[in-house]
Design a protein around this ligand. Structure first.
Ligand SMILES: [Zn+2]
Length: 388
């Protein structure tokens, strides 16, 4: 692959990697001969590039050359998130509020100001609640002629059948680690060896791979967790390790949530023209709402971070299983190869399979609102007795 950076030969699709079929489908639809559906559902696992693909498609629709050249003003502003006719809804919250969707539906009714289309991208459409789907439904059924909806979600099943049956479906797959490594190298200038390690550890999650490659200590922390998992002995150690994991996830989530909350507060005070920090009574309920949102966001983030740990644990156990079964496939966790081989020799494939199921169970319990500490303690206690 040659270097086709932003704005050159690759155009707006340059950073949509490992998704040839999906890109071809979008390009066909945007071509003059293609039939342009007005509602799209882009599915794919987290980190596969759903929103990058949706933005690239929006840019192709707005492009002054009609090709997604990546160079014209329409392409550049769409990718930068500043095109007046492209609205992107991204949320850190647990759910997308009905009012937000209502506002979006209003926007969808307006004809484009400068571009040829009005494009609405909902990044986490799976976070809309059932009542919200109904608000959206009418607009998706009969949108104005120049409006295009793009809903993104992990899978089609995440949306109400009434919504998904009205959308043209595009499915993204998990990009290979080779493709992700190449993207990190080309787009982000990451050194090749580091790009390969980070991409493999992230298992096809592009954003995570970038974090591993650029955030000091992130890869090391992941290795450390893998080592801890494989060396657990006894329930006491399991309880301690679970507490450490949850504490670390909480700290990580809080750091991020605090930053976002401070920015939001700043914006709110600024837009209300408050300079001394004193919120008048008439605005206090709005302010409280903002704080509650921030709290919910932090809860969600803790769960997201823990889910990532559990996915890491899953990959470590899968590596153990692959050694036990002698599949000869490449390990994900190459930095802890010797620990993986020792654990493989101690246990059996059947035990490891049971543990892999236990990890999935813990993920489901946490997403089903079981206190994370309880779910993780139970899992690690089982790992501790099973692997020794
Ligand atoms: Zn263009």
């Amino acid at each position: 692959m040659t270097a086709t950076g932003f704005g050159t030969r690759g155009g707006v699709w340059a950073d949509v990697v490992g998704q040839e079929a999906a890109v071809a489908q979008f390009r066909r639809a945007a071509s003059p001969e293609g039939s342009l559906a007005q509602a799209w559902l882009v599915t794919g696992p987290p980190g596969s590039g759903r929103s990058t693909a949706a933005r690239a498609f929006a840019a192709t629709l707005q492009c002054e050359q009609g090709s997604g050249c990546g160079q014209c003003r329409a392409c550049r502003t769409t990718l930068a998130g500043t095109h007046p006719d492209v609205t992107v809804v991204a949320t850190d919250k647990l759910s997308i509020a009905k009012e937000e969707v209502r506002a979006l539906v209003m926007t969808a009714q307006r004809s484009p100001a400068t571009g040829r289309h009005r494009v609405l991208i909902v990044e986490d459409a799976d976070r809309m609640t059932a009542g919200t789907f109904n608000v959206l439904l009418k607009s998706i059924e009969e949108p104005p002629p120049s409006t295009v909806w793009m809903l993104c979600a992990p899978s089609a099943e995440d949306l109400a059948p009434t919504i998904r049956s009205r959308c043209r479906l595009v499915s993204l797959s998990v990009p290979s680690s080779a493709v992700v490594a190449e993207l990190l190298r080309r787009r982000d200038g990451v050194d090749e060896a580091l790009a390969v390690r980070a991409a493999r550890a992230a298992q096809g999650h592009i954003g995570l791979a970038l974090r591993y490659a650029t955030q000091q200590g992130a890869l090391a922390a992941r290795e450390e967790s893998a080592r801890t998992l494989l060396s657990l002995r006894g329930a006491g150690q399991a309880v301690l390790a679970a507490q450490t994991l949850v504490d670390r996830a909480t700290a990580e989530a809080k750091e991020h949530a605090d930053l976002v909350a401070a920015e939001e507060k700043e914006r709110f005070l600024h837009s209300a023209g408050i300079e001394d920090g004193k919120v008048p009574p008439s605005l206090r309920s709005q302010m409280r709402q903002l704080e509650e949102d921030a709290k919910r966001r932090q809860t969600r983030l803790v769960r997201d971070v823990l889910d990532r740990y559990l996915l890491d644990a899953h990959s470590v156990l899968r590596d153990v299983l692959s050694r036990q079964l002698g599949t000869g496939s490449e390990l994900v966790n190459i930095d802890v190869t010797s620990e993986i081989e020792q654990a493989a020799a101690r246990g059996s494939g059947r035990i490891t399979l049971g543990l892999l199921e236990a990890v999935q169970e813990a993920r489901e319990r946490i997403s089903g609102n079981v206190p994370p500490l309880l779910a993780i303690e139970a899992l690690l206690a089982r790992v501790a007795v099973s692997l020794h």
